[in-house]
Design a binder for this molecule. Structure first.
Ligand code: SAH
Length: 223
């Protein structure tokens, strides 16, 4: 095996991922075997700049440019677990960012539709996802607060940026039964809200405090 440009071996990253799972995920309640498998498999370092590869398996967000970040592994795993994916669902993700979470979701669902508003991030994500062979991920450049009507309804919707309220189009495009996860709050204090739709009824549960970048759009924060 040959080292990469920065002198590290692919095998090193595999070990770093195993450490991440054992140190940051399992002790904090990530125990869905499918989620553990996905987190152990997807090469998070490939979704960040090469200068950050040695930090890619730490449990913190990293900058991906344009004022945005790749979410910390624990939050990605927690959201994946709360979405209760069995491999059959059609998923809508708002905020593709680096594409990392889309890859995790692609491991756990039938298909992933992901919307991003920053063109440069979307094309970078597309490149990495293509290279890794995720043909079940579909990307679109748009204001994701409108959802993705052409492909609705979705069994699961996950939002990777915080909104002052739950965008109505997302509620409308959620299947019955369906699960929607979204951080709701202002810039400084947000709760991860889990919305479930079942038998025409909508329930909301507060999953605890989180900190995400802003969801900027017509049904989010005004640009
Ligand atoms: N899931 C991503 C996290 C990206 S951070 C990852 O794994 O890397 C959140 C992303 O949401 C940013 O890239 C930001 O540009 C994007 N975003 C913010 N508002 C948006 C909107 N209205 N529609 C689509 N994407 C949006």
């Amino acid at each position: 095996m040959f080292p990469g440009h920065n002198g590290s071996y692919p095998h090193d990253f595999e070990i770093a991922r195993e450490h991440m799972v054992a140190r940051d995920l399992r002790p904090r309640g990530i125990n869905d075997p499918r989620v553990i498998r996905a987190m152990s498999k997807v090469p998070r370092h490939l979704f960040v700049d090469e200068a950050l590869w040695d930090q890619a398996y730490g449990d913190f967000p990293l900058p991906i440019g344009y004022g945005q970040t790749i979410s910390q592994p624990y939050i990605v795993a927690l959201m994946a677990q709360e979405l209760e994916l069995s491999g059959r669902q059609r998923v809508l993700e708002i905020g593709t960012g680096s594409g990392y979470q889309a890859a995790i979701l692609a491991e756990l669902a039938r298909s992933v539709f992901s919307v991003e508003r920053v063109s440069a991030l979307l094309s970078r994500a597309r490149k990495v996802l293509d290279k890794l062979g995720y043909s079940n991920v579909h990307l679109k450049l748009d204001d994701g607060t409108w959802g993705w009507k052409d492909h609705a309804p979705f069994d699961v919707i996950t939002v990777a940026a915080a909104s002052p309220q739950i965008p109505q189009p997302l509620l409308d495009q959620l299947n019955d039964p369906g699960i929607l996860l979204i951080p709701v709050g202002d810039e400084y204090s947000q709760s991860l809200v889990k919305v479930t739709k079942e038998g025409g009824r909508i329930n909301q549960k507060d999953m605890g405090g989180v900190r995400f970048v802003k969801l900027v759009g017509d049904h989010g924060w005004k640009a």
